[in-house]
Design a protein around this ligand. Structure first.
Ligand code: GDP
Ligand code: MN
Length: 354
């Protein structure tokens, strides 16, 4: 689950990491009394590169604030339209650095990545220019010193040591898989502040966090986002079948967007919720549905699919494979609605035109 910048910054703040003061604007009513220029108006979409695409705007005149907020609210960025705007204090930027924590799955550790060049051009940086180090609670002090050297900011050594300790705690306590600060801003006043933050939390850890409430919250516990940029969504019943479906999609060369086990009781409501979730992915252009009817009846699932589909205006094409209990009745139902049914999962995936 990808957090929006303001949601990630809230978690940073709780962990004691300095962030710019800001105000979250959900519609364009609340800003008038509370938001003061100069300010930075930032589109809250779950993707980077907003700066280059007009989603981060400096507003100096109070008279320009309302129109800028409206403009940014109406601006689509990489397929996403914001529901929320963050208005932040304008920082007096001296330098911008890159800093992130990620999970290194090969080495089974949390890894620190840093680069002296932060800001919007980070994607163009050569991999070799990144400082990469395993980070543990015992190494935050030495890594803070190392980082001060890397950034050539000796005066910030203690601050960086504390910053790393807080970031590491924030990463672990929130079951994060990515925590990226870009830019980490050194202000002309000599303060280090998280200028931007991207955070991805592990959907599978949701049961440990009853307080998780984010704009991008999963419809249920069994929906796991794999890749926001994925092109093929999957729906299956049973965790094993759901995993096999996802693997087959990947083996065919596509990027699966999600994992979803709808369980034994698929109703119109559960299918609708799944579709709702799936259409929020900007690049999905196929939905593979793989159901094996044991206790669950295929015709019940088919009816739910038909009803849910009739309620959704636009849905990517469905590639359905149903077998087992009442599969023939299900096939009749789907055929009647003009929905194609494929005999095997391979046929489903083979038919995708993406
Ligand atoms: P991103 O493009 O989606 O990564 O959005 P960022 O939040 O990282 O903003 C992009 C760039 O806008 C930053 O690298 C800064 O150069 C600039 N920027 C963001 N906030 C401020 C601010 O408060 N003051 C100034 N002067 N520039 C800012
Ligand atoms: Mn950024």
């Amino acid at each position: 689950m990808k957090l929006l910048e303001y949601e990630a910054k809230n978690l940073l703040k709780k962990a004691g990491v300095p962030i710019p003061t800001g105000i979250v604007v959900v519609d364009n009513r609340s800003y008038k009394t509370t938001c003061k220029t100069p300010t930075v108006v930032k589109s809250q979409v779950p993707t980077g590169g907003r700066g280059k695409l007009g989603g981060v705007r400096v507003v100096r005149k109070q008279a320009m604030l309302a129109s800028t907020i409206n403009e940014v609210l109406g601006l689509e960025i990489k397929g996403y339209k914001p529901h929320t705007i963050l208005c932040e204090e304008l920082l007096d930027i001296d330098r911008e650095f890159y800093l992130s924590l990620i999970i290194n799955r090969e080495k089974s550790c949390v890894e620190l990545l840093a680069n002296t060049a932060g800001g919007v051009e980070i994607e163009d940086q050569d991999h070799a220019t990144f400082l990469r180090r395993k980070i543990t609670p015992n190494t935050t002090e030495s890594l803070g010193e190392l980082l001060a050297e890397e950034y050539d900011t000796p005066a910030q050594s203690f601050v960086l040591q504390e910053l790393l300790a807080s970031l590491y705690r924030c990463f672990i306590e929130n079951d994060a898989t990515l925590l990226e600060i870009n830019p980490l801003v050194l202000t002309k006043q000599g303060n280090l502040v998280a200028g931007d933050c991207k955070m991805t939390l592990d959907d599978a850890a949701r049961f440990r966090h009853p307080d998780w409430q984010f704009e991008d919250a999963p419809a249920d516990n069994n929906f796991v986002t794999l890749d926001h940029e994925g092109t093929v969504a999957t729906i299956a019943n049973g965790a094993g079948l759901a995993m096999a479906t996802m693997d087959a999609v990947r083996a065919a060369g596509y990027t699966p967007a999600n994992f979803l086990d709808i369980g034994g009781a698929a109703t119109v409501d559960t299918i609708l919720k799944s579709f709702d979730r799936i259409v929020s992915f900007p690049h999905v252009n196929a939905i593979v549905i793989n159901i094996f009817g044991g206790i669950v009846r295929c015709d019940t699932v088919a009816q739910a699919i038909v009803d849910a589909k009739s309620e959704m205006k636009s849905l990517p094409p469905l590639y359905i494979r149903l077998s087992g209990n009442r599969a023939e009745e299900a096939a009749e139902l789907l055929k009647h609605e003009g929905l194609a049914l494929y005999p095997t999962l391979q046929d489903c995936i083979g038919a995708i035109r993406a």
